[in-house]
Design a protein around this ligand. Structure first.
Ligand SMILES: Cc1ncc(COP(=O)(O)O)c(C=O)c1O
Length: 291
């Protein structure tokens, strides 16, 4: 996936070859920072305000002073897309750390946050969106504050790597048999025409696409029930799907060795995918769901 040449560094636009941070950088040494991954379709941001709002919530939770207002960062991100002439599908990675300072666990005084953002080309994965993916299940060994989108992703990285080694796309995480979310996405179970997903609590990331799914479900008059489900419920599910800014609304057709229903994406998942494509203004040639 190629990175476009112009990056945002602090509040300036610079060539990616000229980005340089010292070794004593708190993101690098402590994971002391927060981030966002934002989707772009045809050069336009999808759910930008939702991502910016979450960035501010994460930064406040870890006491990082952001060097911009919501309006200023939204404007800088718009400029980043313009300066790289982005007209296709892509994603932006935006990271803010507490800054550069001699290594010490205690917060440094008067340090300026380090900000950078870059754009990467990211076509939609039409094949997976149409046919669905397989997942494994793993214990959720993360901390209690997963609503903070922090740089500390080691348990997520290890779970996703295990999924990859098993030939799977994602790992569904559970605490004592109750499903929280996946390593890099939210997860939902459909049973008897109703969508079930873990409630908004501190132990999951409050996904921006999750908010869209709730809105689509309301519009489609599909009950959206914010109650957790168990690993055992998965075996009798009618449909399972996951969501994230890069995966969109992705059908899950197999969990561990169990096929979900007939092993094909279900009708509620497809209705939500169609609503997503309309909401994100996906052009008709790139649609998964043909109406
Ligand atoms: C752990 C986790 N949960 C959920 C999500 C989905 O969030 P969003 O829909 O905002 O991309 C992500 C996205 O990266 C994630 O890492």
């Amino acid at each position: 996936m190629s990175i476009y040449p112009i990056m945002l560094s602090q509040t300036k636009f610079v060539h990616r070859d000229n980005i340089n941070y010292p070794f004593e950088e708190r993101g690098l040494q402590f994971g002391d920072g927060v981030y966002e991954v934002i989707r772009i379709y045809n050069g336009n941001y999808y759910l930008l305000n939702e991502h910016v709002t979450r960035l501010f919530r994460s930064a406040e939770a870890v006491k990082i002073n952001l060097p911009f207002t919501k309006e200023e960062v939204s404007k800088l991100l718009a400029e980043l897309v313009e300066k790289n002439d982005i007209t296709t599908d892509a994603k932006v990675y935006l990271q803010v750390t507490r800054g550069s300072a001699p290594r010490d666990h205690v917060f440094p005084n008067n340090v300026e946050a380090n900000v950078y953002a870059y754009v990467q080309h990211l076509p939609r994965n039409l094949d997976l969106l149409k046919n669905g993916v397989s997942t494994i299940t793993r214990r959720d060994t993360r901390w209690e504050n997963c609503y903070i989108k922090s740089l500390n992703l080691l348990p997520n990285v290890l779970a996703k790597q295990e999924a990859k080694e098993q030939g799977c796309y994602e790992a569904i995480l559970h605490k004592d048999g109750f499903v929280t979310e996946c390593s890099a996405s939210n997860v939902y179970l459909v049973k008897d025409g109703k969508i079930h997903t873990h409630p908004i609590r501190k132990n999951i990331l409050h996904g921006c696409v999750r908010m869209s799914v709730e809105r689509f479900a309301t519009d489609l008059k599909i009950p959206f029930i914010e109650e957790g489900f168990s690993i055992d419920d998965i075996t009798t599910a009618d449909e399972i799907f996951l969501t994230s800014s890069t995966s969109e609304i992705m059908p899950i057709v197999q969990v561990d060795s169990n096929l979900i229903a007939d092993g094909k994406p279900g009708s509620i998942t497809k209705q939500l995918q169609a609503a997503y494509e309309a909401d994100a203004h996906i052009s008709s040639t790139k649609k998964v769901i043909v109406n």
